[in-house]
Unconditional design. Structure first.
Length: 528
């Protein structure tokens, strides 16, 4: 989620005044009716191979389509590829592209464009924060590490309509990865030069206008192969400054669908708009990254363990975060076929836990007279602010730690989190890119660009590497569980709680289902 690129901005031919209210009060068949979706953060980029933040993904899933796609329940369905086959080894996929798949400029979407897109994604020159998603493709790991050229990636085109993908080992979850923006095709113009400006697009929508800090407007793509089934003709992603602002705009009739609901307002909103609220667990974990690159947390395992035990997860989950599940592991509950190892102290009494934490704190050289000072870093947001105040409160009350709270606007935070000189503890959240434990654990391999704590343990790396090449699913699960056990025992991170999605949807918007991956494609929505 680091800030690595500039983005091409489409300049609006006409601008909408910031104070103008579009009530959406038009008929269901009116092509000018606009779906207004809240977005409490500025997308960092609209380049699908560079994107690695939630706000960018929201828009990119409308603009681009991969070989596969997802239905409104989060299940994999055909995308640009209308069918595929898998060989007997479970490692070679052959995707057959639709003959009517087109870019928004009318060009046919070809197999070579998927090859080029995937090569760009893993090329170290691209520096994609999502590149590790493709590590299961043959050669990708070495390419990302700079040991091979992108041309050696195990992806080939057979004519214009067939893409072969070769995997390191059987990995059924590759179909979900290929539905994500990182695996979008890369368009070249007729001279063979990569497009520099935004577009063309091969998804259900095209970019019409982007006004940084205000809104992004899309319109349906008439060249999209399934355009006749796209109900919503226009969508505007409204950049709101906070969850509170988003709620106010929804209540005023200026939004049809929110990204979230502020936790302090959840009870009040439930009483007034209960039928419009959607809440459901998702495959995600909110956690604290501990800076292992320098003191005071570097080379001080006892201190890191003390901080983890002293954090009052139960109180935070119950009272601060409105009933989410406290996390004593990193891989989210509900991940298919996986059960996480837990800390040994989880079942101790709270008094026993705190006594042990205080002994570790003292053992590390800290006391009431010599308290630990920590800089806590996080991005703006009412719920996040409340959470971090609670974190600091737990540590102060239970250990005597003195915390300095620092927060930044989301785009600034994306860059700031990579500057470890600025923080000791960073609040982060990880939502699974695909339903598998590796989507969580691969983050902390030494070569992962998402490894914010700067965690380096050869045993963990070796277990992750073995899991990547293990063909037998049962053996692979054991390796991943062993890797998570090493990660947790090193206390490089402190899981806080497993996430729940919560949002408001107007009753006249149909098809907005919550699913474990918490993804909504505008093409799956309709007026009702």
């Amino acid at each position: 989620m680091a800030l690595r690129c500039t983005i091409a901005i489409v300049i609006a031919i006409s601008f909408v005044a910031c104070g103008h209210r579009d009530t959406g009060a038009t008929t269901q068949t009116d092509p000018n009716r606009v779906l207004r979706r809240g977005l409490p953060g500025e997308p960092r980029t609209l380049d699908p191979q560079l994107a690695d933040d939630d706000f960018s993904f929201q828009v990119l899933r409308d603009l681009y389509e991969g070989l596969t796609s997802e239905d409104d329940s989060g299940q994999i369905i055909p995308g640009v590829a209308d069918s595929w086959t898998l060989d007997s080894t479970g490692t070679i996929y052959d995707f057959h592209l639709r003959s009517d798949a087109r870019w928004s400029n009318g060009d046919r979407v070809t197999a070579s464009e998927f090859v080029q897109g995937l090569r760009k994604a893993v090329d170290p020159k691209t520096a994609s924060g999502s590149a590790a998603l493709l590590a299961v493709i043959r050669g990708a790991h070495d390419i990302i590490a700079g040991k091979k050229s992108a041309a050696e990636l195990g992806v080939t085109a057979n004519g214009e309509s067939s893409v072969q993908i070769y995997l390191e080992h059987p990995a059924p979850f590759i179909l979900q990865i290929l539905s994500q923006p990182i695996a979008a095709p890369l368009h070249y113009n007729k001279t063979g030069v990569q497009e520099k400006n935004a577009g063309p697009f091969n998804g259900a929508y095209v970019l019409v206008t982007r006004v940084i800090g205000s809104y992004i407007e899309l319109a349906s793509n008439s060249k999209y192969w399934n355009s006749s089934k796209v109900s919503i003709q226009k969508v505007r992603y409204v950049n709101v400054e906070s969850e509170a602002t988003e709620l106010r705009e929804y209540m005023a009739g200026d939004l049809d669908l929110t990204f979230s609901i502020p936790l302090p307002d959840l009870d009040r909103v439930s009483q007034k708009l209960g039928a419009e609220i959607q809440i459901s667990p998702t495959l995600g974990t909110t956690y604290l990254a501990l800076n292992l690159s320098k003191p005071p947390l570097k080379d001080n395992l006892a201190l890191r363990e003390a901080l983890s035990i002293a954090l009052d997860r139960e109180k935070i989950a119950r009272s601060i975060m409105a009933g989410v599940a406290p996390a004593y592991s990193f891989v989210a509950m509900g991940t298919t076929g996986y059960e996480s190892p837990k800390y040994d102290w989880v079942n101790w009494s709270r008094d026993h836990q705190l006594a042990y934490a205080r002994s570790l704190y003292s053992q590390s050289g800290y006391s009431d007279k010599n308290p630990l000072h920590l800089r806590l870093y996080f991005n703006n947001g009412e719920s996040i602010q409340r959470l971090m105040i609670a974190v600091a409160g737990s540590w102060q009350q239970n250990l005597g730690v003195i915390s300095e709270l620092n927060n930044d606007e989301f785009r600034v935070f994306l860059a700031g989190r990579k500057d470890r000189s600025r923080w000791d503890v960073a609040r982060l959240k990880w939502d699974a890119d695909y339903d598998d434990a590796s989507s969580f654990l691969d983050l902390f391999a030494s070569d992962s660009i998402q490894n914010d704590p700067d965690y380096k343990n050869p045993s963990f790396n070796n277990l992750i590497s073995q899991a990547r090449s293990e063909a037998l699913p049962s053996n692979r699960i054991v390796l991943l569980q062993s890797a998570e056990r090493v990660l947790m025992s090193d206390y490089a991170i402190i899981p806080i709680y497993f996430t729940r999605a919560r949002r408001l949807v107007k009753p006249y918007v149909g098809g907005a289902k919550l699913n474990p991956m918490n993804r909504i494609y505008t093409k799956n929505l309709f007026w009702q």
